[in-house]
Design a protein around this ligand. Structure first.
Ligand code: SER
Length: 595
């Protein structure tokens, strides 16, 4: 049974139990600022779990694309993925534990034909917030699961949710398949991170709400939320060792083998690299190609895509794949998944454009990083030093995206060692600083220090437009320079601008910010941009395809980005200086103040 058949069997099974099939929602959650991505099928259903009426009724079923960035470091093993497909069925205040468990059992045994003797079950052991789930255990026993295959576990293991910081959650009962391999230790049991037990399905009994203060209260209705991982379940059905050997990945893996001339399974390093490239490109394709598509950038979800892409490229280098290769692999991903996610087909061109742009950007960064490192190595050699400091290794990581192993490989060829401890210290310090700096939303992702420059970048567009509106269309950009503190904008204008006019310009920018407009990005040819009256220096500097950033009907400008998603991220705009830059060119410096 493959990923297509499993999906249809699941939907049909629950349809036969009066569930309505609802579509997969966008990967970008609506109205939930606490997470970057949709992490489970229940995520878009939160309002209904809280009691709102769903237009399709009380019983729902679907497949949902999900992203869990927290699993990124585990990718490369047999089962962890950053993007996976989840089959789910829901009861919104309708059936509860008994029916849920009976449905799960019937589907696993009669429809999928799993050997029930390999099935292990976990249930919640109970604590101050909720009682021990003897009820669920009793239903499993009635269905024939013996005591020694029912395991009681604490909250860390058998409690699911909320998807963000607050919301519906509850105890769960999870289903695992014993793969038959040896236990990794005496304590090995379902939930252990080794590959002995594969978790395939989770039935959550959502009758609690987690509140802001960390306490739990009862919801008005008792809900059921279940989730079955398609990739893992197919792997188990087909007796495969990992999800990469199933249809969800096989042709991606094959493509990487062709491009690299290396064989999956040849050794651990190669297998791991191929898995990471497959996973990361697949996820990047889904994020960029989502109905609310997000492009690589330095903030939020955009930063996650950037990280995935760069990591894929680095592992591509390990396999000696020639760049550019991302877009070629993306075509395989799209071909595999478009039947279930038509948005990928619709956005095919944008996906490939964005991957190409990001790949060439990263190539350039890597090149300048390599030159920098060469210079440092020459110096160290001259001074007969044998150690590259942790601080420099970290700078290479932070500025040029060099992973530590990458730096180590290059320096060790020259018989120079890297101060790994120093690197780790610098890294920890950096993490601490960015943790402090980052707003506590972006739980699943990473905001970083360039968030500030991104905001100033967007403010520059607003300023540019306000200058044109107030001073006249003769105003043209002559230069722009942004640090984390301020923007600096040079433009053509014959005379000094008086304070009154400066105030008007400032007010116009702030007026726009107050409108909390979204920033829209489109890729088009320079010719199309011209026709749409986008502001740009229409010289040969722009490649034929350009990104056009639009802010309401106020500003439309050709630009490489990155920009904030919405003007409300900017705060208050303030001009701090106006001066001459050179003949016929004025200069404005401005800042953003957090409100
Ligand atoms: N929300 C639960 C999970 O993600 C069940 O779907 O496991």
């Amino acid at each position: 049974m493959d990923y297509k058949e499993l999906r249809h069997k699941y939907i049909n099974f629950f349809k036969s139990k009066n569930h309505s099939h609802i579509p997969s929602a966008s990967l970008i959650p609506e109205n939930d600022p606490t997470v970057l991505f949709t992490t489970a099928g229940m995520h878009p259903l939160v309002p209904y779990l809280l009691g709102q009426k769903h237009p399709e009724g009380k019983r729902l079923v679907n497949w949902q694309k999900c992203i869990r960035t927290g699993d990124i470091d585990d990718v490369g093993d047999a089962s962890h993925l950053t993007m996976f497909e989840m089959l789910g069925n829901w009861s919104l205040g309708d059936y509860f534990k008994k029916e849920t468990i009976e449905y799960s059992f019937e589907f696993l045994k009669d429809v999928l034909g799993f050997d029930i003797n390999k099935l292990h079950i976990t249930v919640f052991e109970g604590d101050n917030d909720a009682p021990r789930d003897e009820e669920s255990a009793s239903y499993w026993k009635k269905l024939g699961i013996p005591d020694d295959r029912i395991h009681y576990k604490p909250k860390e293991d058998n409690w699911w949710g909320p998807a963000g910081n607050t919301g519906p959650c509850g105890p769960d009962t999870e289903m695992f398949i014993d793969t038959g391999i040896e236990k990794c230790s005496d304590n090995c049991s379902p939930g252990c991170r080794c590959s002995k037990y594969f978790e395939i399905w989770n039935d959550v009994f959502m009758q609690y709400n987690k509140n802001e203060d960390g306490s739990y209260s009862l919801l008005t209705q008792k809900n059921v939320d279940t989730g079955m991982g398609i990739e893992r379940t197919v792997a188990m059905l087909q007796g495969k060792e990992s999800v990469y050997e199933t249809e969800s990945f096989a042709s991606i893996v094959k493509k990487i083998e062709d491009l690299s001339g290396k064989k999956y399974g040849f050794n651990e390093d190669i297998t791991k690299a191929i898995r990471i490239i497959s996973d990361h490109i697949r996820t990047a394709v889904f994020i960029i190609g989502d109905e609310k598509g997000i492009n690589p950038s330095n903030i939020g979800a955009g930063y996650v895509v950037r990280r995935l892409i760069r990591r894929a490229i680095r592992y591509g280098k390990k396999l000696e794949i020639k760049s550019p290769f991302l877009s070629e692999i993306s075509e395989v991903v799209i071909a595999l998944m478009q039947e279930f996610y038509p948005e990928l087909k619709q956005n095919k061109k944008r996906i490939s454009d964005e991957l190409n742009i990001e790949e060439s950007k990263f190539e350039k960064t890597l090149q300048s990083g390599l030159q920098e490192l060469e210079k440092i190595l020459v110096k160290l050699n001259e001074n007969n030093q044998k150690i590259l400091s942790g601080r420099i290794a970290f700078k290479l990581y932070d500025t040029y995206g060099f992973p530590l192993e990458f730096t180590k490989e290059i320096t060790e060829e020259k018989k120079i060692m890297v101060d790994v401890e120093g690197f780790n210290e610098a890294f920890e310090k950096h993490k601490e600083l960015s943790k402090q700096a980052q707003a506590q939303n972006f739980k699943g992702g990473l905001a970083d220090h360039t968030e500030k420059t991104t905001r100033l970048h967007t403010a520059t567009h607003l300023l540019h437009r306000a200058l044109k509106n107030i001073l006249g269309e003769h105003v043209n950009q002559k230069g722009s320079n942004i640090t984390s503190e301020r923007l600096r904008f040079d433009f053509t204008h014959p005379e000094k601008i008086n304070n009154e006019t400066l105030k008007k310009i400032e007010d116009m920018v702030n007026e726009q910010i107050k409108k909390e407009l979204d920033i829209k990005m489109e890729i088009m040819t320079l010719e199309e941009a011209k026709q749409k009256h986008a502001t740009a220096l229409f010289t040969d500097k722009y490649e034929s395809k350009v990104k056009v950033y639009t802010i309401g009907d106020f500003s439309k400008e050709v630009c490489g980005g990155p920009h904030v998603n919405n003007l409300k991220e900017l705060g208050k705009f303030k001009i701090i200086k106006e001066e001459s830059s050179s003949a016929g060119i004025r200069r404005i410096k401005a800042i953003l103040i957090d409100e």
